[in-house]
Ligand binder design. Structure first.
Ligand SMILES: [Zn+2]
Length: 338
């Protein structure tokens, strides 16, 4: 059994803790949760186009380099607990070595600017999953919150070709629909949306249409289910674990069991920090973001075992639950990373 959490942002938490002088943040503050959840592999955002905290300037590659440094230091200081996944062979003996494998990811490529050599530098440092945008626009593409969004820019097209050459995973969560289809025209690799749900069950710009879900599946790709209540149901109060599993059911129904996984997007490790920010967080989709309400459904990774039990109760076999828990993501990442 392999458990993959295909989207988490706590590298930023680790970095912020380092700024305060803390040490062993992965080991002491995150590992106990991951162990309880049984997680083997984490796709970990080391930076991107969002600006949750004043010390993160998405335009500034220096910040991203510092976050990468924070994570790599903790990993190399604890080789018995953690390792970095850079190539297909790094997926061997996942359970046997009982360590947490990290895939470093970029959630939006603002910091690249027009300088594609930066992409090579990120790659050389070990980044293996990259989203072109977060919710807004950048020089490469339009994010899903852009009204009358357009497709890729010429620079964006070159960028996708380069990601393709480097065998980096292209993460399609957050990108606008016209840009999504442009990416598919350029690359023939398997494609991934690490943390998005089904739009036909919850009509939100962050979710995927059935056509998008089919297109990802046709490429032998995978979609990670996001646990944010606002992406589970348009009526917050109807966002339950059951409704979350409805999204899994829906994807399985239209494209089969091989194309769904988990991309929870837990933020439990800094809800307090987010709440303490002076200004209300800016929701690019037009509402006021209620951070607390977003996480009512499943609070953190320790609840994974309960979720798996609920999925099983829906009638999925052990083998099928295994695919949802992580085997689908492992299959696809192995094929993309080479
Ligand atoms: Zn995201």
């Amino acid at each position: 059994m392999v458990i993959v959490d295909a989207h988490s942002d706590y590298a930023l938490h680790v970095y912020r803790e380092h700024l305060k002088g803390s040490k062993n943040v992965l080991k002491e503050q995150h590992l106990p949760f991951l162990r309880k959840g049984g997680v083997n592999i984490e796709v970990l955002t080391v930076g991107g186009d969002f600006e949750l905290f004043p010390e993160f300037d998405s335009q500034d590659y220096n910040t991203i380099l510092k976050v990468i440094d924070s994570i790599k230091n903790e990993i190399s200081e604890n080789p018995d607990l953690f390792y970095l996944i850079k190539n297909s062979k790094d997926f061997e003996n996942i359970q046997k070595n009982n360590r947490i494998g990290y895939i470093m990811a970029l959630e939006g490529s603002n910091s690249i600017g027009r300088n594609l050599s930066l992409l090579h530098n990120y790659y050389n440092l070990g980044v293996r999953s990259i989203a072109l945008t977060h919710n807004k626009k950048n020089l490469l593409a339009d994010g899903c919150a852009v009204k009358s969004a357009k497709g890729l820019t010429d620079l964006g097209k070159d960028y996708v070709r380069e990601l393709n050459n480097l065998n980096v995973n292209i993460d399609l969560s957050h990108i606008s629909e016209p840009s999504f289809w442009d990416v598919l025209d350029i690359t023939d690799k398997p494609l991934v949306a690490t943390h998005s749900n089904a739009k036909s069950l919850c009509n939100h710009p962050r979710n995927l249409t059935d056509d998008q879900i089919r297109a990802i599946a046709e490429r032998n790709g995978v979609i990670g289910i996001n646990f944010f209540s606002i992406f589970i149901d348009n009526e917050g109060r109807n966002a339950t674990v059951d409704r979350l599993i409805d999204h899994i059911d829906h994807i399985v129904e239209i494209v089969g069991i091989d194309h769904v996984g988990l991309g929870p997007d837990f933020l439990n490790y800094y809800i307090k920090d987010l709440r303490s920010l002076d200004e209300q967080l800016d929701d690019p989709f037009g509402d006021t973001l209620d951070i607390g309400a977003i996480f009512e459904v499943i609070k953190d990774v320790t609840e994974f075992p309960n979720l798996f039990e609920s999925i099983q109760k829906r009638g999925y076999s052990d083998k099928e639950v295994g695919k949802i828990q992580g085997e689908n993501f492992v299959r696809v990442y192995k094929e993309i990373l080479k």
